[in-house]
Design a protein around this ligand. Structure first.
Ligand code: NAG
Ligand code: NAG
Ligand code: NAG
Ligand code: NAG
Length: 539
């Protein structure tokens, strides 16, 4: 469900991925896109537990070998020392002399073989069998993008964020120098060297601490770190900062070709008049990206709620059980219904959906894997699935007054790391002469998406607001509430003021459920709607 705006942010995303060609080429058909939904990351913890158990078993195997060797050393040393005290006397006993010859000829060959024997072959095999389940390069890319989105979109202070102080709240979590280096690498690949430098500046102190308790094979490679820092300075044209770093690197790795190349270029540029640097290849959707950032950072809690009231009117049922309604805004008309789902209903919806989550797609999207305008996974749920979904369907009729017979299935959605949905409109705008997307027979019959009901199935500790960028509405998720708005004006044209976004989740697992209501069934209901923009009604 993207808007036409979605189309022109696509090239930016694709471009970024093309920089890193292995990502595109290396995509596995079974790519799981782990970081796009928190609930589907739960098995990763289970995988990690298995890996730890296996490594634990490996230490047992090592220990067993150690024990055998240690015990034999004691025995062998005792015999050897017996001979050492008085060699001739020892050797004059033929049993001793013979045994020495035989031991050296036979037993020590066996010891040699024993030393060479690998330890923990079955654990190494077990590890190999799980290798394919490890997150891929694309997973890491997505996870980095999520962290970057959180930090840069909300302007979080880097030092605090890295130490687990997020928006003034201290969490028991922090980033290692390997985490930070991955982020910096990601930013460098996105051609954002100055931000890469900021991240990299957090590395040295952390690395110094880590040297005390992290084994060498897990520590970041100092040359990788220095090279990335030098390269980022270079891209920023800070050649005199890059040069000493490169010289340090060359002391550690004098023959490294990439180092030598960059060092040479840097020196040339310092000596000669710097050449004009190739133009930055930054993300191209700058105005829209800024609008997104502004919307998510807008004056919080602003949402000048007009007023709250009980809606008794839509259907006869509401006279008995009125809806707690909160008006978010009149143009476009957006309301929030409180307490429309119970905790029990929510947990049933989530547990059903969690069993089978798929990457969500944006309509008209051609390359869902590389487009990350939406970072979430979802599950479609038919309205007739069970008693619960039928009950919710009736409730939406009460909330909206619409006929839902032809409307879309529910989509239960869970967001991932920094999960967001970029600014978009829900409608297709078939009526507009500008519409260029597919026009299936089905969509013609069902009509456009006249209205949206978005249920919040979870609270979100930080971030994750739904914002209407053009009009400054923002709504924070609260489990059990539902937000409702009209996408089309009374003439059936898409209302661009309904452009909205889901801001990145900072802390929390955000669950929502959408219902997109189609237009065609509503011809007799439509004229009764509260005034949207334009007052004429279609004949
Ligand atoms: C580790 O060893 C124990 C006992 O031998 C075994 O039951 C378990 O399955 C092993 N764990 C893994 C992950 O191989
Ligand atoms: C924080 O997490 C560490 C493990 O990462 C744990 O050892 C420690 O007890 C935790 N501290 C608190 C206050 O929960
Ligand atoms: C009650 O809700 C329906 C559907 O949203 C709307 O048409 C009606 O105007 C609302 N009633 C009031 C008093 O706003
Ligand atoms: C079609 O697109 C043009 C240019 O983007 C815009 O000015 C115009 O308002 C659009 N027309 C409709 C009906 O949306």
């Amino acid at each position: 469900m993207a808007s036409k705006n979605m189309q022109w942010i696509l090239p930016g995303y694709l471009l970024l991925l093309l920089f890193h060609s292995t990502l595109v080429l290396g995509q596995h058909p079974l790519e799981k896109s782990h970081s796009l939904s928190l609930v589907t990351m739960v098995p990763l913890l289970e995988l990690e537990r298995k890996l730890i158990d296996n490594l634990d078993n490996y230490t047992n195997a090592l220990e067993q070998k150690l024990q055998i060797i240690r015990s034999q050393i004691t025995v062998m040393r005792a015999e050897n020392e017996k001979g050492g005290r008085n060699a001739i006397s020892y050797l004059s006993n033929p049993l001793n002399a013979f045994s020495l010859i035989r031991r050296l000829h036979q037993d020590w060959v066996k010891w040699g073989k024993y030393m060479e024997q690998s330890v923990g072959i079955s654990q190494i095999k077990a590890f190999d069998s799980w290798k394919n389940e490890l997150p891929t390069e694309l997973d890491l890319w997505d996870a980095c993008a999520g962290i970057d989105r959180i930090q840069s979109l909300y302007d979080l202070e880097l030092g605090d964020f890295i130490n687990g102080n997020i928006n003034g709240k201290q969490y028991n979590a922090s980033m290692s120098s390997a985490d930070i280096l991955s982020l910096a690498d990601h930013l460098a690949m996105k051609n954002r060297p100055s931000e890469a430098v900021q991240w990299l500046q957090e590395v040295p102190q952390r690395l110094q601490e880590e040297r005390l308790f992290i084994p060498r094979h897990l520590l970041i490679d100092e040359v990788d770190f220095l090279f990335l820092l030098a390269e980022s300075h270079f891209k920023e044209k800070h050649y005199s900062k890059a040069l000493p770093l490169l010289q340090n690197c060359l002391k550690l790795k004098p023959n490294d070709a990439r180092l030598l190349r960059l060092w040479k270029s840097t020196q040339d540029l310092i000596e000669k008049q710097p050449k004009p640097f190739p133009k930055d290849n930054k993300e191209q959707n700058v105005p829209l990206a800024n609008a997104f950032k502004l919307s998510c950072n807008g004056p919080h809690e602003s949402s000048t709620r007009l007023h709250c009231f009980y809606n008794f009117t839509t259907t006869p049922f509401l006279r008995l059980a009125p809806l707690k309604t909160e008006q978010i805004g009149l143009d476009p008309y957006v309301v929030l219904y409180h307490e429309v789902l119970s905790a029990r209903e929510i947990s049933m919806l989530i547990s059903k959906a969690a069993q089978n989550m798929k990457n969500t797609r944006v309509h008209r999207e051609t390359k869902p894997k590389t487009n990350r305008g939406r970072t979430a996974k979802g599950h479609w749920l038919k309205k007739e699935s069970n008693e619960l979904t039928r009950r919710i369907t009736r409730r939406i009729v009460d909330m909206t007054g619409f006929d839902l017979a032809d409307s879309e299935d529910f989509q239960v959605i869970n967001y991932g790391i920094g999960g967001h949905y970029f600014l978009h409109m829900d409608y297709f705008d078939y009526a507009s002469s500008n519409y260029t997307g597919p026009r299936s027979r089905q969509s013609k019959v069902l009509g456009d998406r006249i209205a949206t009901v978005l249920f919040y199935l979870s609270d979100v500790e930080q971030g994750g607001a739904t914002v209407f960028g053009n009009v400054g509405y923002s709504v924070y998720p609260q489990a059990g509430t539902a937000i409702f708005w009209y996408n089309l004006d009374t003439d059936g044209n898409g209302d661009p003021l309904t452009r909205h976004a889901s801001c990145p989740v900072i802390v929390g697992s955000k669950w929502v459920m959408t219902e997109w209501i189609r237009e065609s069934r509503q011809i007799f209901i439509r004229p009764c709607l509260p005034p949207a923009k334009g007052t004429s009604t279609k004949s």
